[in-house]
Design a binder for this molecule. Structure first.
Ligand code: GTP
Ligand code: MG
Length: 195
């Protein structure tokens, strides 16, 4: 994918703040710190378009990135971060749910999991919920640079089994460090967004 333009379009907490240009949207969901913002940067060849941090809880709003005036990549706040207050968790949960539920422009949800860990209960609930909304989902196992090939071969089937992935549900091994999986993911995105 040739990136001619990659810039922040808008930062939203409320539905009324979402963009109205009607471009297809691809959203990135997953636990805090799993690497959602890093993945967006990797996809568009930018180091710091989306802000990242080694501390969980960096992205706290829904951030829409305009790519080539053709689609929006949508960075969501993470879930499952224990250090966040109950009230804040509720607020983020409602924000994520409010976006994912009934956003017509949303073509594809990319659910990120950490290749090193078994998916959490939250991950499983999220995937189950997305299956029920009927939106197309791709599971991306990221931070693959942190494991050896041998370890990867063990983890991949474990994660697929734990999430009960079917043949129709795509699974991509990714790394924001090595850019592994980038082309594969772009192919899926382009296909789903019709661009
Ligand atoms: P929140 O905004 O808090 O929900 O987190 P996030 O999911 O956006 O994670 P972020 O992209 O900020 O990355 C969290 C940390 O993981 C940062 O220190 C990144 O450098 C690191 N990281 C992300 N992806 C990878 C990867 O593929 N490989 C390695 N080694 N580190 C990664
Ligand atoms: Mg983030």
């Amino acid at each position: 994918m040739i990136i001619r333009k990659a810039e922040i379009e808008c930062v939203a907490a409320l539905k009324s703040q979402y963009p109205t240009k009607g471009y297809p949207e691809v959203a990135f969901a997953g636990r805090s710190n799993v690497g959602k913002s890093s993945l967006i940067n990797a996809l568009v060849n930018r180091k710091a378009l989306a802000r990242t941090s080694s501390k969980p809880g960096k992205t706290r709003t829904i951030n829409f990135y305009n790519i080539n005036d053709a689609l929006f990549l949508v960075d969501l706040p993470g879930y499952g971060y224990a250090q966040v207050s109950k009230e804040e968790k509720k607020k983020w949960g409602a924000m994520i749910e409010g976006y994912l539920n009934g956003r017509d422009e949303l073509r594809l949800v990319i659910l990120l999991v950490d290749i090193r860990h078994e998916p959490t209960q939250d991950d499983k609930l999220m995937l189950e919920w997305m299956r029920q909304t009927g939106k197309k989902v791709v599971v991306v196992a990221t931070k693959s640079d942190k494991l050896s090939n041998n370890q990867l071969m063990k983890q991949v089937p474990l994660i697929k089994k734990s999430l009960k992935l079917t043949e129709e549900e795509s699974f991509v091994l990714f790394s924001s460090e090595t850019k592994r999986g980038k082309d594969e993911l772009w192919e899926i995105i382009k296909n789903e967004c019709g661009i």
